[in-house]
Design a protein around this ligand. Sequence first.
Ligand SMILES: *Cc1c(COP(=O)(O)O)cnc(C)c1O
Length: 367
Amino acid sequence: MATNRIFNFAAGPAILPLPVLEEAQRDLVALPGVGMSVMEISHRSKPFEAVIQECEANIRKLAGIPENYHVMFLQGGATLQFAMVPLNLLAAGETADYITTGSWSEKALKEAKKVGNTNVAFTAKADNFTRIPKQEELKLTPNAVYVHMAGNETIHGVEFHQPPDVGSVPLITDASSHMLSRPLDIAKYAGIYAGAQKNIGPAGCTLVILRDDLLQKAKANRAYEKLPIMIQYGPHAEEKSLHNTPPAFAIYVMNLVTRWLLKLGGLAEMEKINIRKAEKLYAEIDRTGFYRGHARKEARSRMNIPFRLPKEELEDKFVKEAKAAGMDGLKGHRSVGGLRASIYNAFPEEGIDALVAFMQEFEKKNG
Ligand SMILES: *Cc1c(COP(=O)(O)O)cnc(C)c1O
C-alpha cells in the first residue's frame, strides 16, 4: 500500500512511522467502538479521556518520568515555551542562565530577555555553533533561577550526549528534535519541552514535562497572577491538559507513536537503532573528505546531520538529483547552508543505505 512513499529527510514536520499512519487512516472515519472520528468527539468524552491518559502513561513509561513531574500537552509550539518558561519562572530580581549552542537556544534567550535578567553561561557562536561546552567553560550564575539549554540543535546538528552539570539549579531543556530518540536521565532536568512534529507526532502539540517544585515556584512568582491563563502552567498541569480544548488529533497520533515505540522495545532499543543509522551516515561523510560534517565529532547529533560539499553548485545539484532518486528534504537550513539529513526515530535504515549509496555515486561522478 505504501509503495509511493519516498525517503523523507525533512527536519520538521517530519516522517512518522508507517504503521501509525496506516492505523490513523484505518480508524479516521470511526474509532473502533465509538462510531465517530477522533476529530469529532468531545475532548471530555470517555474515549478521548482514554487516549490522552494512555498517551501520558506511555510517555511516562517510555521516558521513565517520576510522579513528581507533570506531563502536559500544550499548543503554540516549542516557540511558545521559549516565552512561557521565563514568564512563569523568571521573577523580578532573578537571573536565568542560557547556554546557546545554535539557532534554537538563541531564540529561547531572545524571548527570555524580554521578560527578565539573563546571563549567557556559554555561547558557541564564535565557533559557528559546531560544538557544545566543556564543563569548565560554563559561566553559571550562583542561585540562577534556572539554566536553559537545547539538548539537540536541529539546524546546526549539535547534541548534548550528557547534560551539563549545573549543580542544584533547575535545568530546562528544549528537547524538540531528540525527545524519545533515546533514554534521557529525567532526574537531571527540572523541565523538558518538545514540539511534537520533529520526533513524536504531528504538528500542533507540544509536550511539556515540569517538575512540581518549579510549578509551585511559578505560582509564587508575583507576576504569575497577571499572566493570561493560557500562559500559566498551573491550569494546564492541574487540569491534565484539559483546561481548554487540547490538540486532540495530534495527541491521538502521538499516542499511536508511543505504542509503536513500546512495541519496538522502548527507548533503549530505539537508541541502538538510532546510533546504528547515524554512524552509517557519519562514516560515509568522513570516508574521503569530499563531504564535510558541520558539527565537531564529539557533539554530533544522531537526529540531524548537516554536511557540506566542496562547492555550493554541487550542493544544489546533490539536492536536485537526490530528489529525483526518491530522497526529499535534504536541503540544509538557510542559516547553515549545504545539506541536512534528518533521520528521526521513524526514518528507516533502508533510507540511510540508499543515501549512502547515492553519496558514493555522486562523489564518483563529481569528486
Ligand atoms: C523546531 C524547533 C523549535 C520550534 O518549534 P515550533 O514547534 O515550530 O515552535 C524549537 N526548538 C527546536 C530544537 C526545534 O527543533
